[in-house]
Write a protein that binds this ligand. Structure first.
Ligand SMILES: [Zn+2]
Length: 167
C-alpha cells in the first residue's frame, strides 16, 4: 500500500455513465464516482481511481507533483465502450495499456492488400487521413474537435509515413 508521502503520476481522466459508477479508492473514501475519474499510479506501481475532490486533496498534499497534466490526456469527453467500462472496474492496468498502445499495424496490411491503385503520394495521404479518421470515430472521438486536432494530425502523419515505408 502507498502512504501519504508516496509520489504519483496522473495517467488519464475518464468519465463513465452514472449507472456504471465505481468507488473512489482514495484513503477509504469509497464515494461513488463517474465524472472526472482521475486514474493515478503511485510510485509503488499501484493504480487508483479517485474522484476529482479527492484528487484535489491529493494535490494539496503533494505540492511537488501537483501541476502535471495527465500522461494519456483528459478523455472525459470520450465515450468508453462497454468493455472499457468493465475493465475500469476489473482491470484498470489493462485499460491503461489499451489507451497507450501503438497504432495497430493491421491497417497497413489492409492497405497493402488493395494498394495497386494507390501509388502516388497524394493518394497515400488521403488513405492515411481516411484510416485515422475511421480509427478515431470507432473510439467515439470526433477528430474535428479542437482538443483532438493535434493528436489526429500527428497520428495521420505517422500512419502516412508507415504506409510510405511499406510501399
Ligand atoms: Zn474520494
Amino acid at each position: 500500500m502507498h502512504n501519504d508521502n508516496s509520489e504519483y503520476k496522473l495517467i488519464v481522466i475518464l468519465e463513465i455513465p452514472k449507472e456504471k459508477r465505481v468507488r473512489c479508492q482514495y484513503k477509504g473514501c469509497l464515494h461513488p464516482i463517474y465524472k472526472q475519474i482521475h486514474i493515478i499510479r503511485y510510485e509503488s506501481g499501484e493504480i487508483s481511481c479517485i474522484g476529482s475532490k479527492c484528487y484535489s486533496l491529493l494535490r494539496e498534499s503533494h505540492p511537488v507533483t501537483a501541476a502535471t497534466a495527465p500522461l494519456l490526456g483528459d478523455r472525459s469527453s470520450v465515450r468508453l465502450t462497454e468493455e472499457e467500462i468493465s475493465l475500469l472496474a476489473s482491470n484498470t492496468e489493462e485499460l491503461i495499456k489499451r489507451f497507450s498502445s501503438a497504432p495497430e499495424l493491421n491497417e497497413i496490411k489492409h492497405y497493402k492488400a488493395g494498394s495497386s491503385q494507390l501509388r502516388n503520394d497524394k493518394a497515400l495521404k488521403a488513405r492515411a487521413l481516411e484510416l485515422t479518421r475511421q480509427k478515431f470515430m470507432t473510439k467515439g472521438i470526433d477528430p474535428d474537435l479542437p482538443g483532438w486536432k493535434g493528436w489526429f494530425e500527428r497520428e495521420t502523419k505517422e500512419l502516412y509515413e508507415q504506409l510510405k515505408k511499406s510501399q
